[in-house]
Design a binder for this molecule. Structure first.
Ligand SMILES: [Fe+2]
Length: 283
């Protein structure tokens, strides 16, 4: 993006930026029977903010309903990763047995800032995510959310070299995933920022301290530190939201984290999650 283009894009983005998380909320009847106005409203919210929180009046949800809902927005190609079901929809709840017990999303621990699938190779870039809450925890499980475009703007305004450092193909390396018996996934290197054909910013990031190798240079280090400050919400731009049953987040894989949670005696926290290689279609 050259400077003239950037200034225009930046202005539009910041002028529209919501002051309150409720501006992201769109009310819909149900996942499988969206009408045109509801669909348009979700699309417009995503066009402006890269995400929308939808609130269903109906409570019916299952894995096919998540896929059907996503199809309204051009999300057709799911990431069928290790812990997903064959339809590409994962059920996030605390796991007590099997492979899932090894992964933090399937525990009640907190998750640090990241974009989904940051360990995927370039050809499997996760561009959009649907996260639907079927049952709440008794306490905790709140998400913080930040549009990656805002992170990009704050970094570029601070020092354009931060963007160049984050565009480097060797910027962030995730070592191979090894389960002791063999390699599940090879080492993956790639940039933090890359761009879609239409110019949209794509962000790949994890704040995890372990298992991430960053390019060893001063500008990358400074850029990471500055990004940590942005994510610590020094500008008041981070949204905090605890999804309620029947609510969900549809996004172009925005930055997010999750607080720890505890389940009570009632139904355990259950979130459906589907990741897609497509971006949300905005036209
Ligand atoms: Fe995530």
């Amino acid at each position: 993006m050259d400077n003239a283009e950037y200034k225009q894009w930046r202005k539009a983005k910041l002028d529209n930026y919501p002051r309150n998380v409720e501006e992201l909320v769109v009310s819909i009847g149900g996942l499988t029977n969206l009408d045109n106005a509801e669909r348009a409203s979700v699309i417009e919210t995503c066009r402006l903010f890269n995400m929308a929180i939808y609130r269903c009046r109906g409570r019916h949800v299952d894995r096919p309903a998540i896929r059907k809902f996503a199809e309204n927005f051009g999300l057709q190609r799911p990431d069928r990763h290790l812990c997903a079901n064959s339809d590409g929809v994962s059920e996030l709840s605390v796991a007590f047995e099997g492979t899932r017990t090894e992964y933090v999303p399937y525990s009640n621990r907190s998750l640090s800032w990241h974009t989904d699938g940051y360990y995927n190779r370039e050809s499997h870039r996760v561009r959009a995510v649907v996260l639907h809450c079927a049952a709440n925890a008794e306490a905790g499980g709140e998400n913080a959310l930040l549009d990656p475009d805002i992170a990009y703007i704050r970094l570029r305004d601070e020092d354009p070299r931060f963007i160049t450092a984050f565009e480097h193909p060797g910027c962030m390396t995730i070592p191979a995933n090894n389960d002791g018996e063999g390699e599940i996934r090879p080492e993956v290197s790639g940039p933090v920022f890359s761009y879609e054909g239409n110019g949209a910013v794509h962000m790949r990031y994890s704040a995890r301290k372990r298992n991430i190798q960053w390019r060893d240079d001063d500008v990358t280090r400074a850029a990471r530190e500055f990004l940590s400050e942005i994510l610590a919400d020094r500008n008041g731009e981070v949204f905090h939201y605890r999804l309620q049953p029947g609510e969900g987040l549809i996004s172009n894989n925005v930055l997010h984290n999750r607080t720890a949670f505890s389940d009570g005696a009632g139904p355990r926290r259950l979130l459906y999650r589907a990741r897609f290689f497509d971006r949300i279609k905005t036209i």
